[in-house]
Write a new protein. Structure first.
Length: 261
């Protein structure tokens, strides 16, 4: 599932193609929005929130989409064969005279008044990549402080599960959960109340911001069976969360050894 850094990149790509332009074609191939008419509307911008995207129009409406596991927004030239969007996998088409954005395999789609878009994300924790989340030094910023409070409510829940909980902090997925814990040599199944959330979340935010800027560094995620770059031990794979919502966890059994009971 794309994480917050990937959503920032996607939002920027959509803005490059659509922001400030009038739609000449718009199709929402979704049961609850199929009759909506967006042709003639100007796209204001697209903003990410955690793993959600909010595309706002000049008539006071917002298109909310979520990519889930396999979704993507792809931008192609209008008039090209790809822009015809014949595939059943295309769930949304937003086109200007020059560019066409295709929402492929989208997991969620809603068209709502912009004044009510907050209701779609109200259950989420603060967006870890939001400008106001934290400064990176000194006392926690407002977003980080709220995330710490939500973290504390999870008590002894495993730290790998807490980092994936979008109601604690929005935007972190399996990649940056694993990389943040590796950075601090934390065993992924350590009770969260035994881990400093400020340190872990600041690291996750910094790594994700670097990734959004095109400078991702991966040490353990998806590297099962390959040597740990720090000690040489083969990277292992485990499981976070419970079926049917389980997610993979990659970690170094030596660098991130379980603390003695």
């Amino acid at each position: 599932m794309p994480e917050g850094d990937a959503l920032r990149i996607t939002a920027a790509r959509l803005d490059d193609a659509l922001a400030g332009h009038v739609l000449v074609r718009a199709e929402l191939r979704w049961p609850t929005a199929a009759g909506a008419d967006l042709v003639g509307r100007t796209v204001r911008h697209t903003r990410p929130f955690g793993k959600h995207l909010l595309t706002r129009f000049d008539d006071g409406r917002t298109l909310h989409t979520h990519l889930r596991m396999d979704g993507a927004w792809r931008v192609v030239p209008s008039g090209s064969s790809h822009a015809q969007a014949r595939s059943h996998r295309v769930r949304a088409v937003l086109a200007t005279e020059t560019d066409t954005a295709l929402g492929i395999d989208l997991g969620m789609l809603d068209l709502v008044p912009t004044s009510r878009e907050h209701e779609l994300v109200a259950h989420l924790g603060p967006d870890i990549l939001d400008d106001g989340f934290d400064t990176g030094t000194g006392p926690p910023g407002p977003g980080l402080a709220e995330a710490v409070t939500r973290w504390a409510r999870r008590g002894p829940t495993r730290v790998c599960d807490v980092l994936l909980d979008q109601e604690v902090v929005a935007g972190i997925g399996t990649i940056w959960m694993a990389e943040s814990l590796f950075a601090h040599r934390v065993y992924p199944w350590t009770p969260a109340d035994q881990v400093d959330p400020v340190t872990i979340l600041r690291t996750a935010r910094r790594r994700m911001a670097d990734s959004a800027a095109g400078h991702a560094t991966i040490h353990v995620h998806s590297r099962q069976g390959r040597p740990c770059p720090r000690c040489g031990t083969l990277v292992a794979r485990g499981q976070a969360r419970q079926p049917p919502h389980e997610r993979p966890v990659f970690w170094c059994p030596t660098c991130q050894a379980q603390a003695p009971a």
